[in-house]
Design a protein around this ligand. Structure first.
Ligand code: ATR
Length: 274
């Protein structure tokens, strides 16, 4: 039976085992998907050994997403651009293939959840410039957003993204985050604010275009205070759980030769209700 799994340190919080486990069971695939806590000092050794122990690939989470690039034999363009990988494929010839499917997951979820959404309708306003934000920047530019406005509490991280991704990226000061929404047709929270146990994201929505699609990468809770506020103004919103599900699709398909479904049953499974 083919084996796959997810490595991180720690790993207990990962939703991926629920989701992949659901798909394996649903399609009657005699494989296993295993969460594995791997200390950073052991990463290289683990990646060398697992392919010899029946593993066909892995998902990679914090803190290994950057480090795996240096250990992979083949790195996709999008993973190189983002500077991080979340999906590894152990090829039969022994080579390790590293990809980043976060941006794909982000875009696929928006297209599926909001069929009328067109990134080329106008600017995108992105709040946050951490690892999660980097994954969606490349995808949004690629999808044709006319301008990518970005703000971050620590401004220099947004400046780095501009330096790397080019002139369509415009940095706004954190104190000006509300102004950044003026005319934006897509608004994304990529900070950790609004997550259970953390304070809500506080951005004044007065300038929000009523047509703007508002989405949050946080999915615990599913409706963050930020999404609730946008909904109260009548804006369309998309929650962050779909991105988690769609980013998992390319890996599952490669490892187990079956394109998995991204429906309500998959959502329930990811939430641990499946
Ligand atoms: P991730 O991989 O989830 O993006 P990260 O790289 O640590 O994790 O980024 C967390 C994001 O949430 C960053 O944009 C961070 O802003 P800073 O770069 O200034 O740290 C943002 N964030 C975290 N706590 C915040 C807070 N209290 N107020 C505003 N932004 C916050």
């Amino acid at each position: 039976a083919p084996l796959a799994g997810v490595i991180g340190w720690p790993i207990a919080h990962s939703r991926s085992p629920n989701l992949h486990g659901h798909w394996l069971k649903r399609y009657g695939i005699p494989g296993h998907y295993i969460p594995m806590p791997v200390h950073p000092d052991d990463l290289a050794e683990v990646l060398r050994i697992l392919p010899r122990a029946g593993f066909v690939g892995l998902n990679v989470t914090i803190p290994h997403k950057e480090a795996v690039l240096a250990l992979a034999d083949i790195v996709t363009d999008r993973a190189a651009l983002i500077g991080a990988a979340n999906t590894l494929i152990f090829r039969p010839d022994g080579k390790i293939h590293a990809d980043n499917t976060d941006g794909y997951g982000f875009i696929a979820n928006l297209r599926q959840s909001a069929p009328d959404w067109d990134p080329s309708d106008g600017p995108t306003a992105l709040i946050g410039a951490g690892g999660a934000a980097r994954g969606v920047v490349a995808a949004l530019l690629d999808a044709g957003t006319t301008e990518l406005r970005i703000t971050n509490r620590t401004r220099v991280r947004a400046e780095y993204i501009r330096a790397e991704f080019g002139a369509r990226v415009v940095v706004y000061d954190w104190a000006q985050a509300g102004n950044m929404l003026d005319g934006a047709r897509t608004v994304v929270n990529a900070t950790s604010q609004g997550m259970e146990g953390k304070p809500p994201l506080r951005i004044p929505l007065d300038a929000l275009d009523p047509r703007a699609l508002v989405t949050d990468l946080v999915y615990t809770p599913l409706i963050t205070p930020f999404l609730a506020e946008a909904q109260a103004r009548g804006n369309p919103t998309v929650d962050g759980l779909g991105m988690l599900i769609y980013q998992a699709v390319p890996g599952f398909e490669r490892w187990f030769s079956r394109r998995p479904e991204t429906d309500e049953a998959a959502r329930a499974a990811a939430l641990g209700e499946g």
